[in-house]
Design a protein around this ligand. Structure first.
Ligand code: URA
Length: 213
C-alpha cells in the first residue's frame, strides 16, 4: 500500500516544529525533554480534538442568558501505550482534565517478534467515547496496531491516534490494519533503521524521557 496523507495529519505549526527540534537534539537534557514533550503534546491535542461533537447548553453570562457551545457526549478516553505513551498523556490530560484514562502494556516476544500484552486497564463504556491513543513513536506500527486491536475488542469504535513522530512504514501498517483511525503527528520522518528506530528521529523516547540510558 502506498503512502498518502488522507488519514495522516502533520502538524506543521511553527511552535510544534521548534519544540520538536529541541526534542530531537541529543544535547537536550532529560528534564527539558520531558517539559517540551508536555508542551508539544498540548499543541497536538488541540489538533486531534478538532471536530469533536458539540452541543449547546443554556448559561447566564453576567450580561444575559445564552445558548453556549460545549462538548457533547461521554468524557473522552485517553489510552497510553506504556511506557513512552505516558509522556504524551501527561500534557493531554492537563488540557482535558476530565478525560478517562487507560493503559495498554505490550512487550515484543523475542522469538516471534510479535507484541504480547502484559497490562490492559481501560475505562468502561469505550463504545460511547472518543478514544485517543497516545504513543510518541509510530515506528513499525506493530504495538500501535496491536493496542488498537485490543481496544476495538473492548468496544472502542471511534479511535484517533496521537504521536510525535511517524515513520512511513508505521503509517502504512496502521492504514492497512485500521483505516478508520486517523493519525496526528508532528512529523513524518524518513525511514526505520534495521533495528526499528525512526531516522532521523529522536532516539528512544522512553529512555530520553526518563533518563534510563
Ligand atoms: N521507539 C522509540 O522510542 N524510538 C524509535 O525511534 C522507535 C521506536
Amino acid at each position: 500500500m502506498s503512502l498518502n496523507h488522507d488519514h495522516l495529519t502533520i502538524v506543521d505549526h511553527p511552535l510544534v516544529q521548534h519544540k520538536l527540534t529541541i526534542m530531537r537534539d541529543k544535547q537536550t537534557p532529560t528534564a527539558v525533554f520531558r517539559q517540551v514533550l508536555k508542551e508539544i503534546s498540548q499543541l497536538l491535542a488541540y489538533e486531534i480534538t478538532r471536530g469533536l461533537p458539540m452541543t449547546r447548553k443554556a448559561i447566564e453570562t453576567p450580561m444575559q442568558e445564552m445558548e453556549a457551545p460545549t462538548l457533547a457526549g461521554k468524557k473522552l478516553a485517553l489510552i497510553s501505550i506504556l511506557r513512552a505513551g505516558n509522556g504524551l498523556l501527561d500534557g493531554v490530560l492537563e488540557l482535558i482534565p476530565s478525560a478517562r484514562v487507560g493503559f495498554v502494556g505490550l512487550y515484543r516476544d523475542e522469538k516471534t517478534l510479535k507484541p504480547v500484552q502484559y497490562y490492559f486497564k481501560v475505562p468502561e463504556g469505550l463504545e460511547d467515547r472518543m478514544v485517543i491513543v497516545v504513543d510518541p513513536m509510530l515506528a513499525t506500527g506493530n504495538s500501535s496496531v496491536a493496542a488498537i486491536d485490543l481496544l476495538k475488542k473492548a468496544g472502542a469504535d471511534h479511535i484517533r491516534f496521537l504521536c510525535l513522530l511517524a515513520a512511513p512504514e508505521g503509517v502504512v501498517r496502521m492504514k492497512e490494519a485500521h483505516p478508520d483511525v486517523p493519525i496526528v503527528t508532528a512529523a513524518l520522518d524518513d525511514a526505520l533503521n534495521d533495528v526499528g528506530y525512526i531516522t532521523p528521529g529522536l532516539g528512544d523516547a522512553g529512555d530520553r524521557m526518563y533518563g534510563t540510558k
